[in-house]
Design a protein around this ligand. Structure first.
Ligand SMILES: [Zn+2]
Length: 297
């Protein structure tokens, strides 16, 4: 279903929300869903409404946001745009399973359509600031934290916020959101509060005109996790191994990953929080008995 936000802006609500803007008989998508099926659905909905499609911005290189691109490019002449870093994942989808598997060649189990999409070609890179694609003039906002080079798109006073924040229900469901950098995630969340717009659409969650409560809930979620990780082994004089702290973390937040892939996604978030606590000077890291070892400082 296509929902209208303003004269030019629309979105298709789904597991991942797809933004759509039309101007001068041209159409721009913001992200394009997980796979071939998602792409076909987008094409069908736009056709039903007689709406054009020429370009697509990929906010970040996670499969649920770019996986449909290859199919879009097979069926239509779509130009794809993203930041330089996130484009690497779109053109080399194996990179996600590689980083989840500690940089080694990933095991077969990780080479599935949720972690490794079909490669698509990129027409050009987006940079921070005002950018133009065809008739579309918009502002690219760097939103790092959930992904290294993630961007938000501010167009016609609507913010397409990607995964810079999650809807409150989504946040509750995931308990621990996927992040690669806790410090940047928090800075991005605080930065969003300073922009003015009529409304914002996250990648996962509802379109809202006032997102303050949702943003505060996201900030609280991350601060709460950081607080747990820095205080959970305070009484242990010798510190704790990173592995043991990770187990405590999984138990505390009741994370029950159903497969290796989701276990690894949580581990990346865990590592991201630990990096920030080390950077903040709350904990130190060393090697003890051949294990990575954490101590409160
Ligand atoms: Zn994402």
């Amino acid at each position: 279903m296509l929902t209208k936000i303003s004269d030019s802006c629309f979105y298709i609500k789904g597991h991942v929300n797809i933004g759509y803007i039309t101007k001068n008989e041209e159409g721009l998508l913001i992200d394009c869903g997980l796979d071939k099926g998602a792409a076909k659905k987008i094409i069908k909905i736009l056709k039903e409404h007689n709406l054009p499609l020429n370009y697509c911005i990929i906010t970040h290189g996670h499969v649920d946001h770019y996986g449909g691109a290859a199919q879009l490019q097979k069926e239509l002449e779509i130009e794809l745009y993203s930041t330089k870093l996130e484009s690497s994942f779109v053109t080399n989808p194996i990179l996600e399973p590689i980083y989840l598997w500690n940089g080694a060649m990933p095991i077969k189990e990780l080479r599935n359509k949720f972690l490794e999409g079909e490669a698509a070609s990129i027409a050009g890179f987006l940079h921070e600031g005002i950018q133009k694609i065809g008739p579309f003039l918009f502002e690219v906002l760097p939103f790092p934290g959930h992904s290294y080079g993630q961007i938000g798109v501010l167009i016609d006073e609507i913010l397409f916020a990607a995964d810079s924040y999650f809807g409150i229900d989504v946040l509750k469901k995931h308990k621990v959101p996927f992040i690669v950098d806790a410090k940047e995630t928090l800075e991005t969340l605080k930065k969003i509060l300073n922009y003015s717009f009529q409304g914002a659409l996250p990648g996962h969650g509802d379109y809202e005109t006032d997102i303050r409560e949702t943003i505060y809930a996201n900030i609280e979620c991350h601060e709460n996790i950081l607080k747990f990780l820095s205080s959970s082994f305070q009484g242990q004089e010798n510190g704790i191994s990173m592995e043991d702290l990770q187990s405590l973390f999984f138990n505390q937040f009741e994370l029950y990953p159903a497969n290796i892939g989701s276990w690894l996604l949580y581990r990346t978030s865990f590592t991201a929080y630990i990096s920030t606590l080390i950077e903040r000077g709350n904990i130190t890291i060393s090697i003890n008995e051949n294990k990575l070892w954490l101590q409160c400082s």
